[in-house]
Design a protein around this ligand. Structure first.
Ligand SMILES: Cc1cc2nc3c(=O)[nH]c(=O)nc-3n(C[C@H](O)[C@H](O)[C@H](O)COP(=O)(O)OP(=O)(O)OC[C@H]3O[C@@H](n4cnc5c(N)ncnc54)[C@H](O)[C@@H]3O)c2cc1C
Length: 435
């Protein structure tokens, strides 16, 4: 904490997910001194169930439930949800951003040149993913391998650690960008829970946060909130910026599971392949979880008869683009119901997944309860932030899933990296806020 007293910072970034990491990385290239405040722990990733659960499955903190018991998972840890994600890299829907005067193509191009983005090599596509892909293709679906942000030479075969955090640094996470920035003189304080921004006549004066039970204040010419689709709107509201945390998306999903008699699987890179049905409004992919997570979701829908079948189960995830609705309470409770159309799309996807599973020879097919992993749209571009991601306070910006302006339905990480690069460049060269 001495760094707070001794170092003048140019920028304070709140959070350390992909949005935070990308803007930090870009600003550090311009020689800016950055302080990152992250609520979660900075422990080295071990990839164990216990550690993974401590990042993602603490009720009320990382694991949130709606009134319909839909489970919303986010990572509260250094690296944010990228520690838990499956590294799928989908291009942004460019037209959505074009209509707000934001051209993300150059930044996406730059990211693709910088990071290892490619479909998994055939030997890293596991037996369940292969079997599902063959079955889907035989039925005429354009099922194909998905581009991933992965250092594939570091990947292990027969490994199920992606879900708990990759201890081999194979999966790109936002830690990698921030670690580079730390090497260039940036500073990270983990375990620091940002409560609010102290404001003064149209600008942000200081960040108020607690660490180990003590309250601290720290200032810089520019402050960027990147605490994710749930964390950021709460900080905005506590800082007197109303309107955050309403009419959002969370990309609900279910997983269809079926048992086959002639495949031995259970440990492989999830979401290796899939397809996106634009007309029907859903994305489908394979999704092999570690055995203990499979057991939780099977038990949740009372399929205790399936608990012993994990190593013979083919799982297909169906994720849909939900309508904008709902609100967050001031304590961060997620109030949002799936509407009829969202449910219909999920069930249509389930029927399609069932046909793929049956064609693959699966029996005892069932589906999980609803869950979600991409909350966003809680501080939208064109509403609470402008095209440069600036709030109505002259030096307060937002750079995370919150700013996505419309219904979504896609893995957002590549989009957030591009938005972060664009914001970093803007702040360093055009905003006039940093000398
Ligand atoms: C299981 C799973 C699989 C996924 N798979 C993919 C995938 O394959 N591809 C893809 O593109 N996306 C995937 N995602 C989604 C993706 O990981 C997230 O959308 C992305 O990480 C969101 O980035 P963000 O910067 O908005 O916030 P986050 O990554 O959520 O980061 C927010 C950070 O802010 C911190 N924070 C929160 N509140 C505070 C506070 N008050 N003070 C200080 N810090 C705070 C959190 O601890 C966290 O580190 C997946 C997500 C999950 C959970």
């Amino acid at each position: 904490m001495n760094a707070l007293k001794n170092t003048p910072f140019d920028v304070i970034i709140v959070g350390s997910g992909p949005g935070a990491a990308s803007v930090t990385h870009e600003l550090s290239r311009f020689g800016k001194r950055i302080l990152i405040l992250e609520k979660g722990s900075g422990d080295k990733i071990k990839g164990t169930p216990l550690q993974g659960a401590s990042f993602a499955l603490i009720p009320g903190k990382s694991l949130l439930f709606t009134q319909e018991l839909l489970a919303l998972v986010r990572g509260i840890v250094y690296g944010g949800s990228s520690v838990l994600y499956y590294a799928c890299a989908f291009d942004p829907p460019y037209e959505m951003f074009d209509s707000h005067g934001i051209d993300l193509r150059p930044e996406v191009e730059q990211t693709k040149n910088e990071l290892p983005i490619a479909p998994l090599s055939d030997d890293l596509v596991g037996p369940a993913a292969k079997r599902i892909m063959e079955s889907a293709q035989a039925l005429g679906h354009p099922w194909h391998k998905i581009p991933k942000i992965v250092y594939q030479e570091r990947c292990r075969l027969n490994c199920d650690k992606c879900t708990m955090g990759c201890p081999y640094d194979a999966k790109w996470t936002s830690r990698m960008y921030i670690d580079e920035a730390l090497g260039r003189g940036s500073h990270l304080i983990t375990g620091s829970h940002v409560k609010r921004i102290v404001t003064d006549t149209g600008s942000a004066n200081a960040v108020e946060f607690t660490k180990a039970g003590r309250t601290h204040h720290v200032s810089a010419p520019v402050i960027v909130l990147a605490a994710g689709g749930i964390g950021t709107p709460l900080i905005l509201r506590n800082s007197g910026i109303g309107g955050a945390g309403y009419d959002f998306f969370f990309d609900p999903l279910i997983v269809a599971m079926g048992e086959v008699d002639d495949v031995s699987c259970g440990k492989e890179f999830p979401m290796a392949a899939g397809y996106w049905d634009v007309d029907e409004g859903y994305v489908m992919t394979d999704l092999v979880w570690p055995g203990w997570i499979f057991s939780i979701f099977a038990a949740e829908v009372l399929r205790f008869d399936r608990l012993a079948s994990h190593r013979r189960t083919l799982p297909i995830m169906i994720k849909v683009k939900d309508g904008l609705s709902g609100h967050l309470t001031s304590r961060g409770i997620v109030c949002k119901r799936l509407d009829k159309e969202d449910r219909r799309k999920l069930l249509r996807g389930y029927e399609c997944a069932k046909r793929i599973l049956q064609n693959a020879g699966a029996h005892h097919i069932f589906k999980t309860w609803f869950m979600a992993t991409h909350p966003g749209g809680t501080a939208k571009i064109g509403d609470l932030v402008d095209g440069n991601l600036k709030t109505r306070l002259s030096n307060l910006y937002v750079c995370d899933c919150s700013v996505i302006p419309e219904s979504w339905g896609l893995p957002p990480t590549l989009t957030l990296i591009a938005l972060g690069k664009r914001l970093g460049r803007h702040l360093a060269t055009e905003s006039g806020l940093l000398s």
